[in-house]
Write a protein that binds this ligand. Structure first.
Ligand SMILES: CC(C)(COP(=O)(O)OP(=O)(O)OC[C@H]1O[C@@H](n2cnc3c(N)ncnc32)[C@H](O)[C@@H]1OP(=O)(O)O)[C@@H](O)C(=O)NCCC(=O)NCCS
Length: 172
């Protein structure tokens, strides 16, 4: 049996085929990939990475991350993080989607791990203490909660500390 990887995650440069047929069950996420992902990546406003199935050369997922800042008052987190800062620098997991036909096989989790590794690397280079996600529906909320994100009661936005992401990835 071959040990060659079945999937690979790549930057979009030179690999934009498959954008127009990608469908994940959320038209807004499909449309963003088709209409805005390349432009946003090239402009540097977000970083986009694509998950490819190598055998079929098909696009099966993508995510987008960007820098953000969270106001202290919004945080559900401990006074350790809140102390002495009016805003906490961090990263927004702005988009994450797996193609409908490939969902439920662990690919979403694998792609999220790739995103967290990149965020942790960026944090080591330039700072940033918190990761934010705005889940698109209840399924995305459940997926994010399974991955360690936590919400404040009554709010949909969810958070994960970079230090906790590093601990869960064994990067500390
Ligand atoms: C949400 C999404 C990225 C999950 O990807 P996936 O490949 O289907 O998920 P995985 O197979 O990797 O599942 C990882 C874990 O999340 C759970 N999970 C995934 N989708 C779920 C859902 N809709 N409801 C409840 N739990 C879910 C899985 O049961 C699994 O749990 P486990 O740790 O007990 O095994 C994917 O379904 C998707 O693209 N949905 C449409 C777009 C979307 O909602 N994006 C927002 C993501 S924040």
């Amino acid at each position: 049996m071959s040990d060659a990887p079945e999937y690979v995650v790549r930057e979009p440069d030179g690999y934009s085929s498959g954008f127009d047929t990608f469908t994940c069950g959320h038209p807004t996420l499909d449309a963003w990939l088709q209409d805005s992902a390349l432009r946003a990546h090239k402009a540097g406003s977000t970083r986009v990475r694509l998950l490819w199935h190598l055998d079929s050369a098909s696009l099966v997922g993508y995510y987008a991350i960007c820098p953000t800042e969270v106001r202290r008052a919004e945080l559900p987190l401990s006074s350790k993080v809140r102390a002495a800062m009016s805003a906490v620098p961090g990263f927004m997991l702005a988009k994450l989607a797996i193609a409908s036909h490939a969902q439920g096989r662990g690919l979403g989790r694998d792609l999220l791990l790739d995103a967290l590794e990149h965020i942790c690397d960026a944090s080591d280079l330039a700072g940033g203490r918190i990761i934010v996600v705005d889940p698109i529906d209840d399924g995305a909320t459940a997926f994010s909660a399974r991955s360690g994100f936590r919400a404040v009661d009554g709010h949909t936005r969810m958070y994960l500390l970079v230090q906790d992401a590093k601990a869960s990835l064994d990067l500390e």
